[in-house]
Design a protein around this ligand. Structure first.
Ligand code: IMJ
Length: 262
């Protein structure tokens, strides 16, 4: 019997089979959880509906939801109440910045580009938590995805780094407020993964390969590694952990200097 048997959760951010959210969905389904999945547009709906049968009968609801649209968030939670009844966990794997803002110098970031990245990549966690709270009647676990670029300067990450810093801080404020209701809020800081969100980023392939040379575990991060940690953080096994950012990155973030003799 899986350690998430009887648990019900919502996952935002499955785009295709490479998505980190898909790695999470697979691990959670394997451990016995029932799931609701969301999609953004028509192309995404097609892909999510094609993928979900791979999870057997774990997926109970697939519905469109743009987290920046309050009416869509409300409609989603009405549907979840009908199909799942309650929520034990929510996984937020959502981010967006304008492509130009991930290649131009950071100092050139426009007010619009800054606000867009913040709204989609950080504020949507607050919106997701607010909507989920009334359905988390027996406590719950809220999880988001972040990246080292929140703390350190990573080439081209730019405004996304600022948004991820806001996201990680939001995790702490939400954890503090929702803790008394036995709702935990945490983040996984994943190492670079070859997803749609990473492809086409200038210099990404070089950076991705470099990780395998210098990270303590000498390998790039896979979505199943992130998924298994997500399953742990969504389960009772992690009941003492909240407000935390947990790195799933082969240990890359502890490395202080690389000499070339590794
Ligand atoms: C993204 C940009 C620059 C460097 C990057 C990344 N590195 C990594 C990523 C080193 C690992 C991927 N990442 C952690 C992200 O959070 C990506 C967010 C993202 C990606 C895109 C690409 C397409 C687009 N907008 C985007 N917005 C956010 O138009």
């Amino acid at each position: 019997m899986g350690f998430l048997e009887g648990k019900k959760g919502l996952i935002y951010g499955v785009r295709n089979q490479r998505s980190i959210a898909w790695g999470c969905a697979q691990s959670l389904a394997r451990e016995g959880a029932e799931l609701a999945l969301t999609f953004l547009g028509e192309r995404e709906e097609h892909d999510v509906r094609k993928l979900s049968p791979e999870l057997g009968d774990a997926v109970k609801l697939i519905q469109g939801c743009d987290l920046t649209q309050p009416d869509q968030v409300e409609a989603l939670h009405t549907a979840i109440k009908e199909s799942l009844g309650q929520l034990d966990f929510v996984i937020h794997a959502v981010a967006f910045a304008k492509k130009d803002d991930l290649s131009n110098p950071f100092v050139q970031t426009s007010a619009d580009g800054f606000a867009l990245a913040m709204n989609v990549s950080a504020y949507t966690l607050v919106a997701a938590a607010r909507a989920a709270e009334p359905l988390m009647t027996e406590g719950g676990s809220i999880l988001t995805l972040t990246y080292l670029g929140a703390d350190r300067v990573i080439p081209n990450y730019n405004v996304m780094g600022v948004a991820k810093a806001a996201l990680e801080s939001s995790v702490r404020y939400l954890a503090s407020e929702l803790g008394p209701k036995k709702i935990r809020v945490n983040a996984i800081s994943a190492g670079p993964v070859m997803t749609l969100s990473a492809r086409g980023i200038a210099g990404f392939t070089g950076l991705y390969k470099a990780i395998a040379d210098v990270a303590p575990l000498r390998k790039a991060t896979d979505i199943d590694e992130v998924g298994d940690t997500a399953a742990f953080l969504c389960s009772n096994l992690s009941r003492g952990i909240t407000g935390e950012t947990l790195f799933v990155d082969s240990g890359y973030h502890i490395v202080g200097m690389v000499t070339g003799n590794e």
